[in-house]
Design a binder for this molecule. Structure first.
Ligand SMILES: [Zn+2]
Length: 287
């Protein structure tokens, strides 16, 4: 590479020396380069992080990739966050498979599900899940919608999803099942407008997870990391509960009191597992 580069630039250097412009030209070029670099950096900062949302955007990207890596999300599903600078807006990707989401794909929406600046980008049909939950629940800072394969059996069964272990402590408060057919008759099963989103948010109530009959679930939380944690552990819990049911006999679930205490600990130590997950998806990307 070095040899090729020096051969390529040799004629230019010889010409510059010939006309006595070598040093001045080099200085001018260096200043111009610095100016261009500074401009590029400023533009990059302005376009990627116009409102100082870089940290939350990074969590949305990481969370999307982590859940895809675990198989909780596949080509479908989405992670969003309330805009930290504007509680009446939220941030989520343009319509894209979660494993492919990058910071540049994150868009801003109002609580009616309208894109602030769509720029021709395709939007998720089910963004009303997020919009209506942010509207109904001021405490919710992040929402994850999945088609979690282990949870789906519990959306059509009479057996309620219950907290099997401490990481899924948030389930001890209950995980209601929402049936789109109850209010909207026979549909394509998608939360494709504000009225359907509102109905789902009403069934979620003050809980952390709502199951969607024949579709998937929604996990919410006070931060992206916690909503992602809950979406993942709802999936793990569903698998473990199915295994416990297969063993037979009476099951002994966490009580709501145990759930509240364990959930507080999970929130306190979330960064430990988050950093591990982030390292894994970053390493995968680097391969
Ligand atoms: Zn869906």
């Amino acid at each position: 590479m070095l040899r090729a580069a020096s051969i390529r630039f040799a004629p230019a250097i010889a010409l510059a020396a010939l006309f006595g412009l070598g040093e001045v030209g080099a200085q001018t070029q260096t200043q111009a380069q610095i100016q261009a670099q500074t401009q590029a950096q400023t533009q990059a900062q302005t376009s990627v992080d116009p409102a100082g949302n870089a940290a939350v955007i990074d969590d949305i990207v990481t969370g999307s990739r982590v859940l895809a890596d675990f198989g909780v999300l596949d080509g479908f599903g989405h992670v969003s966050a309330r805009d930290p600078n504007n509680p009446n807006h939220f941030l989520m990707s343009r319509s894209l498979a979660p494993a492919l989401v990058t910071a540049g794909d994150i868009m801003e929406f109002d609580l009616d599900g309208n894109a602030v600046d769509a720029r021709g980008r395709a939007l998720f049909l089910e963004r009303f899940i997020h919009a209506e939950i942010y509207k109904a629940r001021p405490d919710v800072m992040a929402v994850v919608h999945t088609h979690s394969p282990n949870v789906i059996p519990f959306t059509i069964s009479q057996v309620p999803l219950r907290a099997v272990f401490h990481n899924a402590a948030f389930l001890a408060a209950g995980a209601p099942v929402w049936d789109i057919r109850k209010d909207f008759g026979e549909t394509d099963m998608l939360v494709r407008n504000p009225a359907i989103g509102r109905s789902l948010a009403e069934t979620l109530g003050d809980k952390s997870v709502v199951l969607m009959r024949g579709h998937g679930d929604v996990a919410v939380g006070p931060a992206v990391r916690m909503a992602v944690f809950r979406a993942y552990y709802a999936d793990v819990n569903a698998r473990l509960q199915s295994e416990a049911v297969a063993l037979g006999g009476l099951l002994n679930f966490l009580t709501p009191g145990e759930g509240a205490k364990a959930d507080a600990v999970n929130f306190a130590v979330i960064d430990r597992i988050w950093n591990l997950w982030k390292m894994r998806v970053t390493t995968t990307l680097a391969k």
